[in-house]
Design a protein around this ligand. Sequence first.
Ligand code: AMP
Length: 420
Amino acid sequence: MATKYSIPRGTYDILPDISYRRIYVEQMFYKIAATFNFKQIVTPIFERSDVFERSVGDTSDIVQKEMYRFTDKKGRKFALRPEGTASVVRSYVENNLGMAGGATRLCYSGPMFRYDRPQKGRYRQFYQYGVEYLGSDDPMVDAEIIALGHRYLTALGLKNFKLEINSIGSANCAKDYDAALVDYFTPHLDAMCRDCRQRIDKNPKRLLDCKVASCKAIAKDAPNMLEYLDDDCKTHFTAVQRYLAQMGIPFSVNPTIVRGLDYYNKTAFEFIDTNLGAQNTLIGGGRYNGLVAQFGGKDVPGIGFAGGFERLMLSMETEGCFFGEEPRPQIYFVALGNAAKVAAAGILYRLRSQGISAEYNVEKTSMKAQMKAADKSGAKGVLILGDDELKDNVVVLKWLETGKQKRIKIDNIAEELHPE
Ligand code: AMP
């Protein structure tokens, strides 16, 4: 049916027949995060645009092309958040969350916005979950963050994914590596895309993850970052791998993972779905040791990851994973006649106050229509109230699966339904 209004391109409604699935995966995320002692943080969905420009980086696709920017009535520049880390770090610094010293473990979920070409697994408003660990550069923390991601995917029942890790070095080793990349790419620039030609001076590593086929072919033989790591980064990366091995988490090293955002250093990693098509990164993350200082805080190291619920749920569908139980009412109330309807209002309210989910349809009056609706609702039992029952202060409880029924006192309904 043609409607007068339609949803913006690249967005979608989560309709009520499947919203329980979203609730399931989101609750599972917080449950797993809690076992690693992460606490939820909620930040606004818009921030001053420089929160993202300076941290995510002005050569990134996100900042260059994809941010939804707007100016408010006083001319202040804002952006809908394209990702979560910058906001979390802004809040960490602004609220002095690291004041007590030690580690701050934060997790979040919510909508993110990027103006990109929509396709399967890529939206303009999408929903991410993520974690941030602020306060340690210890490689065991890197492994724990990765383990959290692994645990979450595993807890959802996913099997067809792989973990790839890399070290993209620190400012210290990046200098030599960037110079090597500039030397390597410069003779090929004519054959590369405009983005790559523009980025080579500011951020040559970005040429490694360009998605354009001709650029990819050239990037394939580029110098390998791992050969340029300084001693500190090398030791760190080796230790991360040792901890992962200790946890029994399989991984492979992929030196082409650079991540598209400026703030990363040292460990970078991705969980990749081995079935999904082009948009196959389930979770992406890495270390960002300079970011807190960049926001005006102390020099506090950090690491985190983010993943999209959409791709996660696509993968779960492909693998036939359990999505939680579809909610249905415990009982369906059938009221026959006006007096029964009035009494039903009170009974229903009391039942719901006792935690029993109950449905009643005010539009249906006949026994037949109400019983049909009860069947359709998926309820386990039906409570039937007519004039005769009302007189005796009872209802008929009928179990739909077995057809068994009995008269019970109105005051005892909750006990009958919850025998414990
Ligand atoms: P990023 O913040 O770009 O590192 O992305 C982290 C994860 O968020 C990706 O691996 C995806 O699962 C998800 N994601 C990123 N962009 C989108 C998008 N436009 N639509 C849906 N999911 C996305």
